[in-house]
Design a protein around this ligand. Structure first.
Ligand code: 5GP
Length: 221
């Protein structure tokens, strides 16, 4: 498995990636790693997705997701608002708004999109200059352990997510780089290196500043 390395642009890509797409199987820890980066690194903008999934305890509208109805989500699609969207795990709709991403790019921030494989494939088509990073588990057994251990899904939902995870793991070769999520800090440092940031330069925390870590969400989600 490749470790952190300097960003190597594909033909047509800028020297530094402005948009990094982080995908990987369910329960690998995409949310935790991206939230850690948002909490610890300046100049990184984490996209807040829209979803038709119900909020988990502690999740806040506008911070963790924009929780919308199916009708509202369909209206967003019809209005051409979505950069990408997908039905994930055969159940709920999730998507990224284009206007918010454009605004973050205009303000000079590094954009980090934590999305599923279907969404990553759509962005590969519409934004080929983006960088695509696959977050992999240390092993299949560890992935099963993380998913079943977090207890946020029913056994049926766990089974559905593990089936999706097998397909997602097979897509690893489609990505520009792979980061193995052994620990949150190590995976975050490797990812920010790929984003062209210095992993040693974490942002100073102001007094009373509360990390935006996703409450109600297991560290491995
Ligand atoms: P969860 O329900 O556990 O928060 O997320 C389920 C899956 O949806 C995760 O794999 C997550 O990466 C994916 N996801 C979250 N936001 C988006 C999005 O905006 N677009 C797409 N395509 N997938 C998303």
């Amino acid at each position: 498995m490749p470790g952190p390395r300097a960003f190597q642009p594909r033909p047509g890509q800028p020297d530094h990636p402005q948009v990094t797409v982080l995908a990987g199987p369910t329960a690998v820890g995409k949310g935790t790693v991206s939230t850690y980066i948002g909490d610890h690194y300046a100049n990184v903008w984490l996209s807040v997705s829209a979803t038709t999934r119900a909020p988990r305890p502690g999740e806040v509208h506008g911070k963790h997701y924009f929780f919308v109805t199916t009708k509202e989500f369909q209206d967003l699609i019809e209005a051409g608002t979505m950069l990408e969207w997908a039905v994930v795990h055969g159940k709920n709709m999730y998507g990224t708004r284009k206007d918010t991403v454009d605004e973050a790019l205009r303000s000079g921030q590094h954009v980090l999109l934590e999305i599923d494989l279907q969404g990553a494939r759509q962005i590969r088509q519409t934004m080929p200059e983006a960088q695509f990073v696959f977050l992999a588990p240390p092993s299949w057994d560890e992935l099963v352990h993380r998913l079943t251990g977090r207890g946020t899904e029913s056994p049926e939902e766990q089974q559905r997510r593990l089936e999706t995870a097998k397909l997602e793991l097979a897509a690893e070769p489609e990505f520009d780089a792979v980061v193995v999520n052994d620990t949150i800090e190590q995976a975050a440092a490797e990812l920010v290196t790929l984003m062209g940031l210095d992993p040693g330069k974490q942002k100073p925390r102001a007094c009373g500043d509360t990390p935006v870590t996703r409450v109600g969400q297991d560290p491995t989600s």
